[in-house]
Every structure is written in C-alpha cells, then in structure tokens.
Design a binder for this molecule. Structure first.
Ligand SMILES: Nc1ncnc2c1ncn2[C@@H]1O[C@H](COP(=O)(O)OP(=O)(O)O)[C@@H](O)[C@H]1O
Ligand SMILES: [Mg+2]
Length: 268
C-alpha cells in the first residue's frame, strides 16, 4: 500500500534519491504495556535493514510508527529529516508498505487493486495509470494475473501482488511486514530474491520486519534484533552469527530439550 501524497515526484525523468531513516529513542506504551523501550537505530539510504525478533517483540508496532500509523509515547522516527508522524512528510517521501496479510481487496481484480490508489489520488489519466500498473506487475513477473482476483492466487502470488501494489507510486522507502510468513521455503526464497533485486535495481531503502532467520541472514545489509521491546544488537549478518550473547545464540539456534519439554505431562 503506498503512503504518499501525490505528486510526490512530479518530474519522472529525475532520479529519486534513496532516503535514510533514523529511529530516535522510540518509546511506545499501550496503557501499562511497555512495547518499545527506548529503541534507536539508523537505516542508511539504499540498504536492506531487517528488524528481526520473536513474535510479540514489537516489530509491527515499530513499523507502524515509520508510516505514521502509530503515535509514539516519546521519541520519534525521522525520514530524511522529516518527522514520520507528520502528515506533510508523505509529500516529501513516498513510502510503500507491504502488509503481513497482503490486505488485498478480494472484490477487485489484481489490476484494480493496483490502480485503486492511483485513481483515488488522481495520479494521471487512465492511460498513465495503466502504464504504471502494468510496469509494477512486470517487475514482479505478474503480467498474466491482471484480470485475476485474489482468491484465484496462491499465497506466494498474493504476496507478490501486495509488493507490486506498494511499487505503483515508485516509493523511496519500502517496508515489509513478515513478507515470507505462511510461505513454503521455495516461495520464501523467491520473495527474498525479489526484495534484494528491488534494492539493487531501484536503490530503494528497505526495512523488513521478520522472524525468518534465513531471510534475514541472506538478504540483510544489517540486522537489528528486537527482544521484548529492546533492541539488543545491530550488526551485519556475519556480526550477528559471530555473537556470543546467549540470547542471540538461542534465537539463531533454537534447541529442543527432550529432557525438559515445554509441554509438561499433566499430573493425574
Ligand atoms: N493497538 C494495540 N493495543 C494494545 N496492544 C498492542 C497493540 N498493538 C500491538 N500490541 C501489543 O504490542 C506487543 C507487540 O506487538 P507486535 O509489534 O505486533 O509484535 P511482533 O513483533 O510480533 O510484530 C504485543 O504484546 C501486542 O499484543
Ligand atoms: Mg508482527
């Protein structure tokens, strides 16, 4: 889904620079629940930053702050010098967000799912919209799906359509929430390749939220490891693998302990 206020880049012939993101002392509480505990990190222009961590660690909440869907308790997210919480930021920086569940409209064809945002924001004529939609579908090798409906597609194809929909506004910043969840390993690898090739071909800055270790270790330029709302490490995949921190070792190599099962036999 694009989060932009068009026309973001009126002159399409000009190369759009990749943007950097700074998360500064971000704190988020929901009532008494402390979800993000003073999180700070920087994403460099054009890199893939994977925010990794177990389920419930606050990854999706953090991502929502980057698109301004969530208000920080304190601290802030800055995108190329603009506060992410401010609506005007969308006029300076175009962000694409790939939701975890895809969030496609089931009653609309793939083509119309992609065209919807462009039509709502009157981005050009119907012919210009068609060019943009077909281009985004081509990037994801989805040319044959334009007339299909989401219910006709496999899980992997739906994820690709969701990525294509985020591309229609040519974002400078692409955010993915669990792009490989619910996919088989082959399809997960394909999605990982797509994320990496979008960085290489379009120099788009990417923040990927995931608990998928293979994805993170294969495509990340750098990884941030979030545990229980705290960022416990930021480093390259090699630095993460070399870490001796038992929390990181445990996360990367979860163990089964047959002598101490998590599910205890009930006393009768
Ligand atoms: N809108 C909300 N209101 C209250 N609690 C929330 C809300 N959104 C998320 N949470 C809580 O914040 C914590 C982190 O959630 P989330 O960021 O979704 O985790 P994950 O790392 O799995 O993406 C969880 O305990 C979740 O229940
Ligand atoms: Mg999540």
């Amino acid at each position: 889904m694009p989060f932009c206020s068009p026309p973001a880049h009126p002159d399409a012939s000009q190369e759009v620079p990749a943007v950097g993101v700074k998360v500064e002392n971000l704190v988020k509480n929901f009532g008494s629940l402390s979800v993000l505990k003073n999180v700070s990190f920087e994403v460099k222009p054009g890199e893939i930053f994977v925010l990794m961590g177990p389920s419930g660690s606050g990854k999706s909440v953090l991502l929502r702050h980057v698109v301004g869907l969530e208000r920080a308790t304190s601290g802030r997210v800055m995108i190329e010098g603009h506060d992410a919480a401010v609506e005007e930021t969308r006029q300076h920086v175009c962000i694409g967000l790939v939701f975890q569940a895809g969030a496609l409209f089931n009653s609309l064809s793939v083509y119309d799912n992609l065209a919807l945002y462009l039509r709502e924001h009157r981005v050009g004529s119907e012919a210009e919209i068609k060019t943009k939609v077909l281009h985004a579908l081509k990037i994801l090798s989805l040319e044959n799906t334009a007339k299909k409906f989401p219910s006709d597609l496999s899980g992997g194809m739906k994820k690709r359509v969701a990525i294509a929909r985020s591309l229609v506004m040519e974002p400078q910043l692409l955010l993915y929430d669990e792009p490989t969840s619910e996919l088989d390993p082959v399809m997960a690898a394909t999605i990982s390749e797509i994320i990496a090739s979008l960085r290489d071909q379009y120099r788009v800055t990417s923040i990927v939220v995931s608990h998928d270790r293979d994805l993170a270790l294969n495509i990340a330029d750098r990884i941030g490891l979030l545990m229980n709302g705290e960022l416990i490490m930021v480093g390259t995949p090699a630095e993460l693998k070399a870490s001796q921190d038992p929390r990181i070792v445990d996360f990367l190599h979860p163990k089964f302990d047959l002598h101490n099962p998590r599910f205890k036999k009930l006393e009768t």
